[in-house]
Design a protein around this ligand. Sequence first.
Ligand code: ADP
Length: 501
Amino acid sequence: MGTLVTALVALADTGWSAPWFVMSGTLLGCLAYLALKIESSRRQAGELRRLQAAYDQLDQQTKLIIRTDLELHHTQEELDRWLASLMSLHHLGRQLQVSLRPEEVLSRLDAAVVSKFGFTTGLLGICPSFQAIEWRSLVGVDAETAAQAASHLVEQAVLKQILTNPAPTTLAAADALTPAQRRLLELLRVPTMVVAGVMPHSGPAGCLLLGRAGSATNPKADEELVAILANQLASAIESSALYEQAWAAQHELERKVQERTRELADANAALVRLNKAKSDFVSAVSHELRTPLAAIKGYSALLHSGQFGPLAAPQAERIAKIEKHTDLLTHFINNLLDIARIESGRTTMERRPIPVKEFLETVHEMVHPQLQAKQLRYTVDLNSVSELLGDPAHLQRVFVNLLSNAIKYTPDGGAIHLGMQRDGTVVTASVSDTGCGIAPDDLAKLFQEFYRANDPINQQIRGTGLGLALVKRIVEAHGGRIWVKSEKGNGSTFFVSLPVA
Ligand code: ADP
């Protein structure tokens, strides 16, 4: 531009005319305008290039964002599926914990569980050996196809392979597979499958096949999931097998207990029969003895009365002894007869209210001579008990027997106390003495027929060992209980509890 102006000035200097100069000026202006336009277009082209570059960059970033978003979405889906599978595992685990039989455990793998794990086909079976599968749960596959799959697994030794290497393995049609594995996928009509062994320490082994209609997105994750599932199934089978063992043992124990109970019941029935035979025998013998005894007693009383002439003193003395021993023998036989009668249920106990005060006065009258003879202190504490319930005659024998024993086994000058206490519907009477007491070994046997404590003092005192046996039977026939507390040399207390309602 500068060069052009310089050229025009030079022309004017060389004497060019005025029109020429005007034309030249116009041309110059046009040229300058042109030059300015070119400059401006060059700047705009530069701007355009920068804009293009910025646009390209933006476009790339947008594509990146869309790609990342897609990947995120995919990962999210994958995570959701994992979460659902884990939840399903958790639920299944809880169900398996309460399954008590192996059969039940295996049937827990149902369609809901299989689909929650993201699979479409599921086969779970028990394998007693490498040569046999018994399907226990089939999902998305019919029984005929399952039977074909079982034969194929056994015949082609795929089962052996699964059970010797039980870790979950993915079989995908796209991978390099053995012909047997490929055939298995074809049989079950799935492109992908995870196979695993279920190996409890005890109980039968199992085999698990889970197939997917589409291709696996994350085979490693599927295998991990199936590994957890197989472990859960294995421990559930194990615990149910243990439970079955325990159940069988308990069953056996119950059977044995029942058997023993039956034997015991039989033995008991035999004992009852024997006891009845014994009671019948004792009754019969006692009856037979009572008649001649009554005769002896009658004749000795006649002799004693002097009806057949006066008796010399030694004769009267001997006859008195005959009478006394006859009385003792009669008493003994009566006791025997009563025990036999109560045992055989031939004696019915009355059940009526007994005013305690009058009742104990009668009892006291009966033992008073013995109490006096030994100068024993006798005290009674009724504790407001006013009534007993039962058979007065039989209960009288109970109290007379207990007091007679207390008197017999307490040295002269001792003390005897009779107490009563009501507790709800039961009255407990106690007869305590300051006598010789009873050794621990004897305590448990006192109530047996003919038992007498084995100690020298006891042997000097006359007795038959039948009194307490009779007392026990009368008390029990009233629905009551009798027991004793005693210490050798420190007196004894006999307790009798009787229902009063
Ligand atoms: P017995 O006719 O021998 O007294 P019992 O059946 O009445 O028969 O008593 C059985 C045994 O219990 C007695 O031989 C005696 O050893 C013991 N016995 C009973 N009552 C007492 C008592 N109050 N103190 C010590 N021993 C007693």
